[in-house]
Design a binder for this molecule. Structure first.
Ligand SMILES: [Zn+2]
Length: 337
């Protein structure tokens, strides 16, 4: 099975998929406490109330992915709920403590030892072809902070690992997302990588600019849903013509406060989801956990793909770096060479 993972930055799932969110009590409250360092302060005076989903369908594609043999699992993010820490955990299967990403500046990160899901697919079989297209440069661009997705220059040279970053910000993230969508749809359709990740940021931008109670945020959800449809259409064509099996997975790194913004521990900000759909298949009987933490998403995707990680059989501490002190050798002949 091949993987198409789609990241919809800053999406409130209670607005995009209100019925599915309301139907599962595990979406109501986080499954694990937050570090008090990242507790939200008092709400500002005059801040808007929580948005309420109306009868209008904002995300028909997500709804269809779910209705036609798909599943949705609540994902609870661990604060800080900024994009850097969020995507780092989601995409690498590691905690903030493990990957060292606590800020969007990625200062002091340890991502070089925390391979992303695409690279874990590649490590499992170096023939694997992988692909990422992202609006947020920190996910793929080596000249920015991060990046979260490993570069693997050798595989890029041979076209085995394709990385695309958005460059058209003439209309902010909206034009960048369109560029990413078009490029991603082409690569998915014609090259069919074994594992791909596509990131869109228009919804997050709308949340920051307008909050999530008005038409701008809802419109951004509908716009990105249409991007998702293009990507699913590409892999559906491959399924129809070539019989390929594709796992489509959709997630987000955080929600938004009603007035816009994220980073702390509010329920609506910590709430994420993992929507799973097998193109032409049925996942309704697949064994899945009732909730996930962000770092559990990548291991679950790998399990569903049938990818297992390599491991050392020796018991030494792989990756530890410890210097000898400057006292020098003892001249004990046991250690003399
Ligand atoms: Zn984000």
């Amino acid at each position: 099975m091949k993987l198409l993972l789609i990241g919809l930055d800053g999406l409130r799932v209670d607005l995009a998929l209100p019925e599915a969110t309301a139907a599962d009590p595990a979406f109501a409250a986080p499954d694990h406490p937050a570090d008090p360092r990242f507790a939200a302060g008092p709400r500002p005076a005059g801040a808007p109330e929580q948005p309420v989903a109306g009868s209008e369908v904002l995300a028909p594609t997500l709804q269809r992915l779910l209705a036609q043999g798909g599943r949705i699992v609540p994902v609870w993010m661990t604060p800080p709920t900024d994009s850097g820490p969020g995507w780092s955990s989601l995409l690498t299967g590691t905690t903030h403590e493990e990957n060292g990403v606590w800020w969007n500046e990625f200062v002091g990160h340890r991502l070089s030892r925390c391979p992303d899901v695409l690279s874990q697919v590649w490590f499992a079989d170096p023939r694997a072809r992988t692909f990422a297209a992202c609006t947020w440069a920190a996910l793929v661009d080596p000249s920015g902070p991060g990046p979260v997705i490993h570069q693997r220059v050798d595989q890029q040279l041979s076209g085995q690992h394709v990385l695309v970053k958005a460059t058209d910000f003439a209309e902010g993230c909206r034009s960048a997302d369109r560029q990413v969508r078009t490029k991603a749809a082409w690569v998915l359709d014609h090259e069919g990588p074994d594992a791909g990740f596509v990131h869109f940021e228009g919804v997050d931008e709308a949340g920051h600019d307008h909050g999530c109670t008005g038409p701008e945020y809802r419109g951004a959800i509908s716009e990105v849903d249409e991007h998702v449809r293009h990507l699913v259409k590409a892999v559906a064509e491959r399924h129809e013509q070539l019989g390929e099996r594709w796992l489509v997975a959709v997630t987000t790194d955080h929600g938004h406060k009603p007035e816009g913004g994220h980073g702390e521990d509010e329920v609506e900000v910590r709430r994420s989801f993992l929507l799973l759909h097998e193109v032409g298949g049925d996942l309704t009987q697949t064994e899945l956990p009732t909730t996930l933490r962000s770092e559990q998403v990548t291991p679950l995707l790998l399990r569903l793909l049938g990818v297992s990680r390599g491991s050392w059989t020796t018991d030494h501490e792989v990756g530890a770096r410890t210097d000898v002190d400057s006292s020098g050798p003892t001249r004990d002949l046991t250690h003399e060479w």
